[in-house]
Ligand binder design. Sequence first.
Ligand code: PBG
Length: 352
Amino acid sequence: MKGKGGCCGKYIARRCCKLYTERVMSFPATRLRRLRTSAAMRSLVRETHLEPSALIYPLFICEGEGIRREIGSMPGVFNLSIDEAVKEAEQCAGLGLGGLLLFGLPDEKDEQGTGAYIDDGIVQRALRAIKANSATRELLLIGDVCLCEYTSHGHCGIIEQHEGQYEVANDPTLELLGKTAASQALAGADIIAPSDMMDGRIEAIRSALDAVGKHHTPVMSYASKFASAFYGPFREAADSTPQFGDRRSYQMDSANRREAMREIAEDIEEGADMILMKPAMPYLDIVREARDRFDLPMGAYQVSGEYSMLQAAFAKGWLEKDRAMLESLLGMRRAGSDFIVTYFAKEAAPLL
Ligand code: PBG
């Protein structure tokens, strides 16, 4: 029978037996610095590792040809036309990255977000073009499923008016998300990643995928997505700022950890194969708790604002670039994420 602290349970004069004291030896017998004396020693006992294959790089695809337009608030990240995206994908495959997460910037938007689910939508065409290139066969292509880049009002669902109040309508949006997922899978997406935060979307997407024979296409749900100020630069990159109101009626309140666990549990029940949590750095407690509770693969999304704030500090010389970048990513792995979506993927990979 073991004692409370994991000891043998024998007590002598109300003190634990020697066996126990040996196990929890303290200074001066124990000196934790012994295992930090050299790079080789530190490497031997390192608990957490980063690999390029666990990094996912987001791409923002726009119409046109030969376009590489840098995003003002995200130095080093570009809006890319499909031909340029194909080249970028080749570079990413060469670096051994795990995958690409595709976002689309359509030329035309409407109330229903039609561009998200038409057969020749911008992401669908990009998926086909990248899939056709044998040089990038190793990369997983992940389709972000959401309507906000495609709707004229910039919300993640369709808008209904009830007694003079605008509402992002949950249930009518589900069908459109399902259509978007199915058309992306048919165009070549290896993984479908819904980021809209409508209730019931995983079930709707799973059945839409199955209905077109895509039983083997996994769903990576942004199960825990908070209404965050850290998405600011993304909205410039993807031109998806809501034209009125904000996203607080569908994305989660930053204060809520228990609610995040409910969101994740619900998505798993609906059939999510993997989950994503975002933002990452200000929400590492969520990642850790999710890791402790659930056994499916999970990732963290180091969002645009996290990238921009670090880049701003690098530009000012206030933080050491490579070290701070890798430390931010390692923290996400240590908190329990198996993979990381990050705008640093291309810069980080060669350092690993
Ligand atoms: C689309 C979506 C957003 C992000 C990923 N998918 C923006 C948002 O919800 O406003 C943010 C990613 C980032 O900031 O890097 N709904």
